[in-house]
Design a protein around this ligand. Structure first.
Ligand code: ADP
Ligand code: ADP
Length: 226
C-alpha cells in the first residue's frame, strides 16, 4: 500500500479548454520526498491542490495514508486530510509569537511539548516568544515548516517554499529542509521549477509537461546525478 496514491487524475478548470492535469498517476512511499518539477503552467500546483483537497478532480482517485480522500463517491475536505502545507510566502501570522504560530490549531493536551519538539527539529529552540518580524527569512521558513509538522501530518506539501529566499539562503535551506523532513519521518510532495532544488531535496523527481508526467525517477536516473 502506498502512502500517497494518485490514480488517473484529470482536472480541467472551468472555462478552460485544455486539461491542467491529464491522466496523472503517482505512488509515493511513506517517508519519501517527491518533487514535482517543470515549467510554469505544467500542472504542478494543480496536482498539489488536488492532493490537499482545494480542487476536486474531474476523474480519478486519491488515497492518503491508505484512506480514499477523493474519488467519484468519496470526498474528504482539506482540513480532514491530515495535510501540512508550506507556501512560498510562509503565511505566518505577524501578530502571533513563534509559539502561537507553530501551535495554531493544535488542540491536543501535549501542545507545549509538541511545539518545543518541532522547534527543536527545525533548530529554533528558545525562539518561542519572538514575532515573525524578529526573524530572518530562513528562520521564518523554518517556523512555517515547524507549523506544518506540528500536527503530525500524513503528508507535507511544499509549494515553491524557497522562492522568496536569496541565493545563498536557498542553497542552505535545501539541505536543511531535507534533513528536517527526514528527521520528522514525514512524507513530502515538493513543487518547484528549479532543477537545483529538485536535485538537492528529492528521493524521486516527477518531471511534468503540459499536465502529464514526462519522466519519473531518482535524481541519479533523471540527471545522472550526483
Ligand atoms: P504550475 O504550478 O506548474 O505553474 P498550474 O497547475 O498552476 O501549473 O497550472 C496548470 C494549467 O492550469 C495552466 O495552464 C494554468 O493556466 C491553468 N490554471 C491554473 N489555475 C487555474 C484556474 N484557477 N483557472 C483556470 N486555469 C487555471
Ligand atoms: P480557511 O480560510 O478556510 O481557514 P485556508 O485557505 O487558510 O482556509 O486553508 C485551507 C485549508 O488548508 C484549511 O482547511 C486549513 O486547515 C488548511 N491549511 C492551511 N494552511 C495550513 C498549514 N500550514 N498546515 C496545515 N493545514 C493548513
Amino acid at each position: 500500500m502506498y502512502h500517497i496514491d494518485l490514480q488517473g487524475l484529470y482536472k480541467t478548470y472551468p472555462g478552460s479548454t485544455e486539461a491542467a492535469v491529464k491522466n496523472l498517476s503517482l505512488a509515493v512511499e511513506k517517508g519519501e520526498i517527491v518533487t514535482l518539477l517543470g515549467p510554469s503552467g505544467c500542472g504542478k500546483t494543480t496536482t498539489l491542490r488536488l492532493i490537499a483537497g482545494f480542487e476536486r478532480p474531474d476523474q480519478g482517485t486519491i488515497s492518503l495514508g491508505g484512506r480514499i480522500v477523493s474519488s467519484k463517491s468519496n470526498w474528504v475536505p482539506p482540513e480532514k486530510r491530515g495535510i501540512g502545507m508550506v507556501f512560498q510566502d510562509y503565511a505566518l501570522f505577524p501578530h502571533l509569537t513563534v509559539f502561537d504560530n507553530v501551535g495554531f490549531g493544535y488542540r491536543e493536551r501535549d501542545k507545549a511539548e509538541r511545539v518545543r519538539e518541532v522547534l527543536a527539529i527545525v533548530d529554533l529552540q528558545g525562539y518561542e516568544k519572538r514575532y515573525p518580524h524578529e526573524l530572518s527569512g530562513g528562520q521564518q521558513q523554518r517556523v512555517a515548516l515547524a507549523r506544518a509538522l506540528a500536527r503530525r501530518p500524513i503528508v507535507v506539501l511544499l509549494d515553491e517554499p524557497f522562492s522568496n529566499l536569496d541565493a545563498d539562503l536557498r542553497t542552505q535551506m535545501r539541505v536543511e529542509v531535507k534533513d528536517i523532513i527526514k528527521e520528522a519521518n514525514a512524507t513530502a510532495v515538493f513543487v518547484t521549477h528549479d532543477q537545483k532544488d529538485a536535485l538537492a531535496i528529492s528521493d524521486r523527481i516527477v518531471v511534468m509537461r503540459h499536465g502529464v508526467i514526462q519522466q519519473l525517477g531518482t535524481p541519479r536516473e533523471i540527471y545522472q546525478y550526483p
